[in-house]
Design a protein around this ligand. Structure first.
Ligand SMILES: [Zn+2]
Length: 274
């Protein structure tokens, strides 16, 4: 599932490709791909000139010169491509044709991806926490946490911080040397500082590498992300830790698999908190 670095990569490429173009027509192949009123979606988008492409959490935002605003949420397998190969053709859900004759296809094998029109830009993506790309922001969020839920679950909670998913939560916790089951409210000051400094680093590095391709994720230019070979723990269960050599462990936390090094990410003893 694309997380912040993958969605940011797609938003940047999309900006270069579609900004200034006018949407001539929208063809919806799978009705549920459009959330909300489909007739209005078609009516508002037809003739819209793309003024701005943005990202918020895992959402891509497309804004028209007339203020029309819609979001694209890729979810599990959604992708945006300019050309369809034979495999894509079976899973095409929506197609934009621009006035210059170019196309943009929304392809989504699992059909969870959604496009949605919003009344105005300010009301888009309600309930999302702040962006985790600045250490000060992340530290402020971590400092306020009063929950004993595992820190891993809290990092995945989009209302706390927007954009982090399973891969980058595991990688950030490893980089900070924090066990994923550590209750969020019991993080020490030092742990909060470390986590707040590594989260933006891990995400920004992944953006520079155009994200992580495990299976489905492709950029608009149909490239794979290059971050996979730089992962320290995610998807490496049983393989030796690059730092200490211990086998990377895999546990379940709130129904998701979680990867960690049992030696580099020890739980702090409870007595030190009393
Ligand atoms: Zn280790």
């Amino acid at each position: 599932m694309p997380e912040l670095p993958e969605v940011e990569t797609i938003a940047r490429q999309l900006r270069r490709r579609i900004r200034g173009k006018t949407i001539a027509s929208v063809r919806v192949c799978w009705p549920r791909t459009v959330a909300g009123n489909r007739a209005e979606f078609n009516r508002r988008l037809r003739g819209m000139t793309v003024a701005r492409v943005s990202r918020r959490g895992k959402y891509i935002g497309v804004e028209g010169a007339d203020g029309t605003f819609f979001t694209i949420h890729l979810r599990m397998t959604g992708k945006l491509v300019k050309d369809l190969d034979s495999a894509d053709r079976r899973h095409q859900r929506l197609c934009f044709t621009f006035a210059d004759g170019t196309k943009l296809h929304f392809v989504d094998a699992r059909k969870f991806g959604r496009l949605r029109l919003w009344p105005c830009r300010g009301e888009s993506c309600p309930g999302l926490g702040p962006e985790p790309l600045r250490s000060e922001t992340v530290r402020r969020v971590l400092k306020k946490l009063r929950t004993n839920r595992p820190v891993k679950s809290v990092l995945l909670d989009q209302t706390v911080l927007a954009g982090i998913g399973n891969i980058y939560a595991d990688e950030a916790l490893f980089a900070a040397g924090i066990h994923p089951l550590t209750p969020a409210a019991s993080l020490s000051d030092a742990q909060q500082w470390r986590l707040a400094s590594v989260i933006p680093q891990v995400l920004r590095q992944a953006i520079r590498r155009r994200g992580t391709t495990l299976r489905n994720y492709r950029t608009v230019a149909d490239e794979s992300g290059e971050n996979r070979e730089h992962l320290n723990v995610y998807g490496r269960a049983g393989e030796p830790c690059f730092v200490c050599g211990a086998p990377i462990g895999k546990i379940r936390i709130s129904g998701r698999s979680s990867h960690n090094c049992p030696d580099c990410q020890k739980m702090r003893s409870v007595t030190s908190d009393k």
